[in-house]
Design a binder for this molecule. Sequence first.
Ligand code: FES
Length: 111
Amino acid sequence: MSHPTSNDICALHDVPDGGGVEAAPSILVLRRGGEAWAYRNVCPHFSIPLNYEPDAFWTYEGSLLMCAHHSAMFRFEDGVCVDGPCLGASLRRIPIRIENGRVVIEGPDIT
Ligand code: FES
């Protein structure tokens, strides 16, 4: 039996399907079905959070995340900006795995 570690940041079902949440301080988790991706919640345009209300991330068709400030659009699967003022820039990826329905950050303990 596995025990939650500090790298265990949320349950997959805590993340709305096709949406995102801030699962840990400054860590955004996006989900589509059984897949999830994590990024630093920092827009590469102005280095500020992508949302301006807690956990209010704007997404489009479960595939694009829109920055709340100047509408840059980022792909869920690689964090690349495909439209907007920072076209071609990327969100900073945090490697994760799904384990027993939980989203777990890969690598050394983050605390
Ligand atoms: S701060 Fe995100 S698009 Fe400008």
